[in-house]
Design a protein around this ligand. Structure first.
Ligand SMILES: NC(=O)c1ccc[n+]([C@@H]2O[C@H](COP(=O)([O-])OP(=O)(O)OC[C@H]3O[C@@H](n4cnc5c(N)ncnc54)[C@H](O)[C@@H]3O)[C@@H](O)[C@H]2O)c1
Length: 333
């Protein structure tokens, strides 16, 4: 495949390797890295054999100097929306890591920018490309009665202290929901339909001296199509359990997805562990497929499907959870 787009990666922390690898596998040219920590970007350049790739410590300077065709935003959560807006204003395509933004004000700014830009905005909900999730959604289509999803993981004080933005309302925008559990909640609404109401409880169970955001959350979501689904997430477990989605069909059949395994009435339908991962196993294997699809769409002048309208659904659900405080609230439109 010929290299068609010059792409810059912004934010050279834990997740950037998944982007760097997938950009090159998609046949695109990585033209620059950007990180406020020059040495961090330099380490990444060495690790991925990027030679003398230009490194910027200021995002605006990167945009003005390199004029990339696309940027991948892999920075802390509070910067996603402003950095996306800055690129879209220069008609530069954006692939933004999750969460798309952390407030309704930021979401509004994104709508204005997308409406006024010739460039596309894609959101990194890579788990929608997991084969078991595509299969589950297909098997459940039009036949869901009830569902339950859970993310039971371990994130300790050392994890939160590893970067100053983590664990804060101002910079992370929340805790387990907006960071670790966002993907699974997005899959739930993608499979069941997007809810209009939520009753949620969010609390800090075990990290009260470490983080100001929630480490645990539970919620009941109600969709207009009559489906009600439940969700539980915690970072306070002593180990990482497999992510689970259970879907009860109107036929009485039960579909269960657990990480890479899919079962129908407790019998394994498929398991996809043969696909190699880049980075941590909990990030799944979808970055490659999503990024390949993003550039195929750009090359062919097609609309990338996980756009602002898709990316904002789970943001609205999570913001509604944070507003709920145990009461039934409407998901903000
Ligand atoms: N899709 C997934 O499964 C997945 C997995 C992990 C992380 N993520 C997301 O990726 C993003 C980054 O997460 P991470 O774990 O790599 O974080 P990290 O803290 O390891 O890396 C963030 C990097 O951004 C840099 N940075 C901060 N401010 C900057 C600025 N103004 N300009 C340029 N660089 C700046 C930091 O120096 C750091 O190197 C987050 O949004 C996170 O939620 C997504």
């Amino acid at each position: 495949m010929s290299a068609l787009f010059r792409v810059a990666v912004v934010g050279c922390g834990a997740i950037c390797g998944n982007h760097i690898t997938a950009i090159s596998e998609a046949g695109q040219t990585l033209c620059a890295l950007c990180d406020i920590e020059h040495e961090q970007a330099q380490r990444v350049a060495v690790k991925f054999g990027l030679g003398n790739i230009p490194i910027y410590t200021d995002y605006q300077t990167l945009l003005d100097t390199e004029h990339p065709d696309a940027v991948h935003i892999c920075t802390p959560h509070d910067l996603h929306a402003p950095m996306t807006v800055m690129a879209l204003e220069q008609n530069i395509h954006v692939l933004c890591e999750k969460p798309l933004c952390i407030s309704l004000e930021q979401l509004h700014a994104l709508h204005v920018a997308v409406n006024n830009s010739k460039a596309q905005l894609g959101v990194c909900h890579q788990n929608r490309y997991e084969p078991n999730m595509l299969r589950l959604r297909e098997m459940a289509a039009g036949n869901v009665k009830a569902a339950f999803g859970s993310v039971v993981w371990h994130r300790d004080a050392a994890y939160y202290r590893s970067a100053a933005w983590r664990g804060t309302w101002e910079r992370e925008g929340g805790g387990v929901m907006i960071n670790q559990a966002l993907h699974t909640l997005d899959l739930m609404q993608w499979i069941c339909g997007c809810p209009s109401y939520v009753t949620a409880h969010v609390f800090n169970d075990s990290l009260q001296d470490v983080i100001e955001v929630e480490d645990t959350a539970s919620a009941c979501f109600e969709c207009d199509n009559g489906i009600r689904f439940h969700f539980f997430a915690t970072n306070a477990a002593i180990d990482n359990l497999p992510v689970q989605i259970r879907v009860q069909l109107r036929s009485g059949d039960l579909i269960e997805a657990q990480n890479q395994q899919l079962c129908f009435n407790h019998k394994e339908v498929s398991s996809y562990d043969h696909i190699p991962t880049v980075g941590k196993a909990v990030w799944g294997k979808g970055h490659r497929s999503l990024i390949r699809d993003f550039y195929s769409c750009l090359e062919e002048g097609m609309h990338f499907p996980i756009d602002l309208a898709e990316g904002e659904k789970v943001i609205r659900l999570i913001l509604a959870m944070y507003m709920s405080n145990g009461k039934r609230v409407a998901v903000p439109k």
